[in-house]
Design a protein around this ligand. Structure first.
Ligand SMILES: Nc1ncnc2c1ncn2[C@@H]1O[C@H](COP(=O)(O)OP(=O)(O)OP(=O)(O)O)[C@@H](O)[C@H]1O
Ligand SMILES: [Mg+2]
Length: 140
C-alpha cells in the first residue's frame, strides 16, 4: 500500500481499519513536514482519538482532511474531522475529563485538547460534528 504524503488531502473514515490508515497517513505527512518525534507522537495520538470517535459515536461515515501550514520558522498542521452522525448536544460537557456516553473512559476529547494547540468543535444534533485541531512546531 502506498502512503500519501501530500501536504493536503482527505481520506474517509468508515471502517475500523481507517483509524490506522489515518494514523499512518498523518505520521508520514508531519514527519516529512519536519515535526519532531515528541510532537509526532502527540499529533498521531490526537488523530487516533478523533478518528475513533467518528467510528464509535457518529453512527456514520466521516472524513479526515489535513493541511500543512507554514509561517516563518514554523510549520503547522491543521486536521479536520467531519461526520454526518448523531451530533454532540453539549460540547463543553463532551470536553470534560471522564464524560462518556459509551461506557468508555471519556478521555478522548480532553486528551486531544491537551495534546494540540487548538481544538474547535462544531456540532448539530442529528446533523453531524466537525472537530478541527491545529498544532505548530519549530522548523529544525
Ligand atoms: N464524532 C462524534 N459524534 C457524536 N458524539 C461524539 C463524537 N465524538 C465525541 N462524542 C461524544 O463526546 C463524548 C466524549 O468523547 P471522548 O472521546 O472524550 O470520550 P469517549 O469516546 O466516550 O471515551 P474514550 O475516548 O476515552 O474511549 C462521547 O462519549 C460522545 O458522547
Ligand atoms: Mg473517544
Amino acid at each position: 500500500m502506498t502512503m500519501d504524503v501530500e501536504e493536503s488531502g482527505e481520506t474517509s473514515i468508515a471502517v475500523e481499519g481507517d483509524i490506522v490508515t489515518c494514523r499512518k497517513l498523518i505520521r508520514n505527512v508531519i514527519t516529512v513536514a519536519g515535526f519532531g518525534m515528541t510532537d509526532v507522537t502527540r499529533i498521531v495520538t490526537a488523530v487516533s482519538e478523533l478518528a475513533r470517535n467518528i467510528y464509535v459515536h457518529a453512527d456514520s461515515h466521516g472524513v479526515m482532511r489535513w493541511r500543512v501550514l507554514y509561517q516563518p520558522g514554523q510549520v503547522g498542521i491543521q486536521i479536520e474531522f467531519e461526520d454526518y452522525g448523531k451530533g454532540i448536544p453539549n460540547i463543553d460537557q463532551a470536553l470534560e475529563v471522564g464524560f462518556t456516553t459509551a461506557g468508555s473512559l471519556g478521555m478522548g476529547l480532553s486528551g486531544v485538547k491537551r495534546l494540540m494547540d487548538s481544538i474547535v468543535i462544531k456540532s448539530e444534533v442529528s446533523v453531524g460534528t466537525m472537530v478541527s485541531v491545529e498544532k505548530w512546531g519549530r522548523v529544525k
